[in-house]
Design a protein around this ligand. Structure first.
Ligand code: AMP
Length: 542
C-alpha cells in the first residue's frame, strides 16, 4: 500500500518561491565589486531570478545545459543560483583562483554555454575565451555603464541589459527532482579535476539538514554572512538554506580582509558567519590590536581545514562566539559532520568540552560513516582505531560527471581520502589524509602537479611534494628534489622555473635538496617516510 500524501518533486525553484512568499521583506545585503553596499529583499531576488530564467529561455538554452559563473558572493550570483537551476539548467560555479589553463579545461569539460563573471575576473575571461569555443554568451555582472569597452571578449553583454528588461512573472517548470541542478569541480583528487553533479533532490535534502539545530541552526532571526565562497560547493549550501529559513543574507563580495569582514559583521548585525580558518585568522588578527568586540555575532561555522584549537578558544573565551567545527567535501554537497555537544557533555569542564569541540564532529542525519582499517575491516568506534573514512548518503556523489575516474564507490560507500577515528559517541576526528593533495587557505594544490613541474627541469632527477603545517595557510607545499648526477640547480632557479606554469599560490614555498627519496616496493614515493625524514624542517618565514 502506498502512502496517500501529495507528491511534489523537491525543486530548487520552490526555495525561492517560499522565501518570496513568506520572507519577502527579508534583507539581502551585498558588498559589490564597485565597493558600495547593495540592499534589496528576498522578494526582489525572486523577481530577478525569474528574469534570469527568461533570459536563458530567450537564448534557447536546453534543459540541463550548463551556465557557468566566475563570481564573488553577491546578489547577482544568488539570482543565478535560482534562475539557472530553477529553469532546469545546471549552474557551474568555477573557482577563479585556478590557473587559466585549468579554467579553460574545466569550462570545456563542462561544456559551458554561458559564462557570467564579476568584472574582477575580466583578465581571466580575456585569457581563456579563445580556448572555450562552446561559450556563446559572456555576461558581465554589472550594469551597461560599467561594461568594459574594447575588452576583446566576444558576445559580451552586461547582466542588467541581459536580464533587466525580461518579465518578472515566470512559471517555473516542474521536472524530476533527480535532475542535475549545479556542479562543482574539485582538484581534491588525483588526475584531472572531477565534477560533483548535484541534483535538485540532493540540494533540497542538504538544505533541510543544514538548517537543523545541531548543524548550522539557521532561522528567520539570523543574519548570515557566508564568507565561504559561492564557488566552493555552493557556499556550503547556505544560499539554499537561507531561502528555506528566510534569514537575512550578508554577502562580502571580493573584500575578505579582516577589516572589511569585521565592518560588515558590525554594520549588518550579523549573528552567524561561515568560512575557512584562514579567513577567521585574518579577522581575529584585525580585531586583537584595537581590542575590538562583536556586538551581535553568536556563532561561526569553521571548516574546509582543521580548525586550530587557539581559534576555538579565542572566539569562545575572548569574544563569546561559539565555534562549530565542520567537516565535509565537494563530493558531499559538502556537509558531513558538525561538532556540537550532546546533553551528556554539558556538565564537563571547559577543558573536557574543548577536547570534544576539536573533533570534526557527529554525522548529520542523512550521512552514514565508517572507518576501514589496514586489514580491510571496519574499525570499532573507540576514538583510537583509525583508518580510511567512508561515507554514504543521498547528497554524496555516486559517480563524477561524465563518469570520470570510473566508479568511485566501494560496496556503495564513498572513500573520502581522509584518515579518521570515530569515538563511542559518534564524534569523528580526522588524523591524516591519504589523498595526494595539499590544502592551502581552503584551496587544493596537487602534489603531483608540483612534482611534474620540478621533474621537467633538466637538472632534476626526482621530486616529491609534501604539505607542511603553516600558521596562516594551514598547509603549504614544499618539494624535495634529487639532482641528476653532475647537474647544478639552485633553490631560487627551481622556484623561478614554476612561474607561469601554475597559479602563483600553487608554487611550493621551498625546495629541499636530498640525496634520495624513499620509495616503496611498487616504486611509489613513501611520503610518510619522507615526512619523518623532514620532521625537523621549518618553512621559511614561519
Ligand atoms: P573540498 O572538497 O575542497 O571541500 O575538501 C574536502 C577535504 O577538506 C576533506 O576531505 C578534508 O581533507 C578537508 N577538510 C574539510 N573540512 C575539514 C576539517 N574540519 N578538518 C580537517 N580537514 C578538513
Amino acid at each position: 500500500m502506498l502512502g496517500l500524501m501529495q507528491s511534489q518533486p523537491l525543486l530548487i525553484s520552490s526555495l525561492i518561491d517560499f522565501a518570496e512568499r513568506h520572507h519577502g521583506s527579508g534583507e539581502i545585503v551585498s558588498r559589490r565589486v564597485e565597493g558600495d553596499l547593495h540592499r534589496y529583499t528576498w522578494s526582489d531576488a525572486a523577481k530577478r531570478s525569474r528574469q534570469v530564467a527568461h533570459a536563458l529561455d530567450g537564448m534557447n538554452l536546453l534543459f540541463s545545459d550548463r551556465v557557468a559563473t566566475l563570481a564573488w558572493n553577491g546578489y547577482r550570483h544568488l539570482e543565478l543560483y535560482f534562475g539557472v537551476s530553477g529553469s532546469g539548467r545546471v549552474l557551474h560555479t568555477i573557482n577563479p583562483r585556478l590557473h587559466p589553463d585549468q579554467i579553460a579545461w574545466i569550462a570545456n569539460h563542462a561544456e559551458d554555454q554561458v559564462l557570467c563573471f564579476d568584472l574582477t575576473f575580466l583578465p581571466l575571461v580575456q585569457a581563456v575565451h579563445a580556448r572555450c569555443p562552446m561559450i556563446r554568451q559572456y555576461v558581465a555582472l554589472c550594469g551597461p555603464d560599467k561594461l568594459p569597452k574594447d575588452s576583446g571578449v566576444p558576445n559580451l553583454v552586461s547582466y542588467e541589459d541581459w536580464m533587466g528588461s525580461q518579465p518578472t512573472a515566470y512559471d517555473w517548470p516542474s521536472f524530476d527532482e533527480n535532475s542535475a541542478s549545479s556542479m562543482c569541480y574539485t582538484s581534491g583528487t588525483t588526475g584531472n579535476p572531477k565534477a560533483a553533479l548535484y541534483s535538485h533532490r540532493s540540494t533540497i535534502l542538504h538544505a533541510y539538514a543544514a538548517a537543523l539545530p545541531d548543524v548550522m541552526c539557521l532561522s528567520a532571526r539570523d543574519a548570515v554572512l557566508p564568507v565561504v565562497p559561492m564557488f566552493h560547493v555552493n557556499a556550503w549550501g547556505i544560499p539554499y538554506s537561507a531561502a528555506l529559513t528566510g534569514c537575512k543574507l550578508v554577502f562580502p563580495g571580493p573584500a575578505m580582509d579582516g577589516k572589511s569582514i569585521y565592518e560588515l559583521i558590525e554594520t549588518e548585525k550579523v549573528t552567524y558567519a561561515a568560512g575557512v580558518p584562514t579567513v577567521w585568522q585574518m579577522l581575529l588578527g584585525h580585531m586583537k590590536p584595537d581590542n575590538l568586540r562583536f556586538s551581535t555575532l553568536k556563532r561561526t561555522v569553521i571548516g574546509g581545514s582543521a580548525c586550530p584549537p587557539a581559534m576555538i578558544t579565542a572566539f569562545n573565551d575572548d569574544y563569546g562566539v561559539e565555534v562549530l567545527h565542520a567537516w565535509g567535501m565537494t563530493e558531499m554537497s559538502p556537509l558531513g559532520t558538525l561538532c556540537t555537544l550532546k546533553n551528556k557533555h554539558l556538565g564537563l569542564s571547559p577543558e573536557e568540552k574543548m577536547k570534544v569541540r576539536l573533533k570534526q564532529g557527529r554525522a548529520i542525519y542523512g550521512v552514514d560513516m565508517k572507518v576501514i582499517g589496514d586489514d580491510g575491516n571496519e574499525q570499532p568506534w573507540d576514538g583510537k582505531s583509525y583508518g580510511d573514512l567512508y561515507v554514504k548518503g543521498p547528497w554524496i556523489v555516486r559517480e563524477y560527471f561524465k563518469g570520470e575516474g570510473g566508479n568511485p564507490l566501494v560496496d556503495g560507500w564513498f572513500p573520502t581520502g581522509d584518515v579518521a577515528t570515530i569515538d563511542a559517541d559518534g564524534y569523528m576526528q580526522i588524523t591524516d589524509r591519504s589523498k595526494d593533495v595539499i590544502k592551502s587557505g581552503g584551496e587544493w594544490i596537487s602534489s603531483i602537479d608540483v612534482e611534474n613541474i620540478a621533474v621537467a627541469h633538466p637538472a632534476v632527477a626526482m621530486a616529491a611534494c609534501i604539505g607542511m603545517k603553516h600558521p596562516k595557510w594551514d598547509e603549504r607545499p614544499i618539494v624535495a628534489v634529487v639532482k641528476k648526477p653532475g647537474a647544478q640547480v639552485t633553490r631560487e632557479e627551481l622556484l623561478k622555473f614554476y612561474e607561469g606554469k601554475t597559479a602563483k599560490w600553487q608554487i611550493p614555498d621551498d625546495v629541499v635538496f636530498v640525496e634520495a627519496i624513499p620509495l616503496g616496493a611498487t616504486g611509489k614515493i613513501l611520503k610518510t617516510r619522507l615526512r619523518e625524514t623532514l620532521k625537523d624542517y621549518r618553512l621559511p618565514n614561519t
